[in-house]
Design a protein around this ligand. Structure first.
Ligand code: HEM
Length: 410
């Protein structure tokens, strides 16, 4: 109980102290092990991915035991749909959404995460569903808004208990599901008429044996829509704040903006400064700051025999700030990711690692680079407030406000 209380009071500080005082692997309590070492984290998330499994679904309900092992099917569906080559074909649309978002900012002050959410959610809805994506961001927002009462709340009642909060989650989920079924059904009837990612998902499913049903596709779609709403918006809020603290990087990102916003045929041009700023922001402030697994059978980790049922936690925030993994880890140094830089990508866990690592990584990098390029080229901006990292479900700044002043054209 002592550790749980200390953890709840200061989650990041607690995990950093555990890393400093107890080394690569330590016991949080009898059922929970904390990994503070990049090599051990890679082992659990990589080699042991079949044994160290994710036990909660997107609604934070326990996944039924019989379904825990079925994640490779979902990955076979979604990975090809989110390949960089496929995303590049829709790049000009992503750029247009980024520029429209910034240019329609108005002179209001916004919460920095909320400022970016309409862009990240619209980009994902458009990527997956094209013109059928219209109402999707609002429905996803309702579902996400219902989750904090149950997600990450250690005192929440078990998921099977139908509390009012749980009912709200279920209702929001049912509404989103009902909204997504008709466009998926239309694509299943006539797959060749749709060139969006939902159309691709349906075509992928048709090639698989056994063929995943529409229910499965809806769940994959919902997982992706949830994951691409607040997480990348929090990443962009951190990157925007980092830029505001390091104006020399605003200049560098601005120099690259014409390339970032260029038509698709030139869009594969390298943008080391913009990518470096993003990677460095995700390193210092990984929105997905905690990765959790449960062992479905016993395994040896770091020389310890851990039993079935053991929960394993590892924090990208802690790993990224360990001098064993990155030189001078507390400083913001985007050049470490550029040509000649010495960042070791194997020690970066901002997108997870291994077969359950983020399938949306390329979409996230392309859409977030477009967003930063649009911001610095179309507007001046100021970020003020309290950047203290607040590690709840997602790592977000405690209270950052952004003011965007759009430049006149011409
Ligand atoms: C800056 C943006 C993003 C960050 C930092 C991020 C980070 C992550 C991380 C760390 C994981 C692994 C979690 C774990 O191992 O437990 C993950 C999983 C996932 N991400 Fe992302 N993500 C981002 C954007 C996106 C986008 C744009 C999409 C969809 C288009 C997406 C879809 C997913 C899905 C579906 C999973 C679960 C995969 C599975 O269960 O196997 N993410 N993400």
């Amino acid at each position: 109980m002592g550790n749980l209380r200390a953890y709840e009071e200061d989650r990041l500080g607690f995990l950093q102290r555990v890393a400093e005082n107890y080394g690569p692997i330590s016991a949080f309590d009898r059922r929970t092990t904390v990994l503070s070492d990049a090599g051990l984290a890679r082992r659990v998330l990589g080699e042991l991915a079949g044994t160290a499994v994710i036990r909660n679904n997107v609604l934070q309900e326990p996944i039924p035991v019989g379904e825990v092992a079925s994640w490779p099917v979902a990955r076979r569906l979604m990975n090809p749909v989110l390949r960089k080559r496929v995303i590049d074909q829709r790049r000009s649309q992503i750029v247009r959404l980024a520029v429209d978002h910034v240019r329609s900012s108005g002179a209001r002050f916004f919460d920095a995460v909320e400022y970016w959410e309409p862009f990240t959610s619209r980009t994902a809805a458009d990527y997956f569903l094209g013109e059928d994506g219209g109402r999707v961001p609002a429905l996803v927002r309702d579902l996400l808004a219902s989750l904090p009462a149950v997600a990450g709340n250690v005192f929440a009642l078990p998921a099977a208990v139908p509390t009012p909060s749980r009912r709200r989650v279920r209702n929001a989920f049912a509404e989103l599901r009902a909204h997504l079924l008709p466009p998926l059904t239309a694509r299943a009837r006539d797959p060749q008429s749709y060139d969006d990612a939902a159309g691709n998902l349906v075509r992928r499913a048709a090639q698989m044996e056994p063929r995943p049903g529409l229910d499965r596709l809806v769940n994959v779609l919902i997982g992706n829509l949830l994951a691409s709403y607040t997480v990348p918006a929090a990443g962009l809020a951190w990157a925007t704040w980092a830029l505001s603290q390091h104006p020399e990087w605003i200049t560098r990102v601005r120099e690259e903006a014409p390339r970032a916003l260029a038509p698709p045929d030139t869009a594969n041009a390298q943008m080391p400064h913009t990518t470096g700023v993003l990677m460095e922001s995700f390193r210092l402030y990984p929105p997905t700051w905690l990765l959790t697994r449960q062992l479905s059978s016993g395994a040896i980790v770091g020389g310890y025999a851990l039993p079935a049922g053991q929960t394993i936690m590892t924090s990208p925030f802690v790993l990224h700030r360990d001098p064993a993994n990155f030189d001078d880890p507390q400083s913001f140094a985007p050049e470490r990711w550029g040509p000649g830089g010495n960042a070791d990508p194997a020690n970066f866990f901002g997108f997870g690692h291994g077969p359950r690592g983020c399938p949306g990584r390329d979409l996230a990098i392309i859409s977030c680079s477009s967003a930063l390029a649009a911001l610095v080229s179309q507007a001046d901006f100021e970020v003020t407030g309290d950047p203290t990292p607040n590690p709840r479900f997602i790592l977000r700044p405690r209270a950052l406000r952004i003011e965007v002043k759009v430049r006149r054209v011409g």
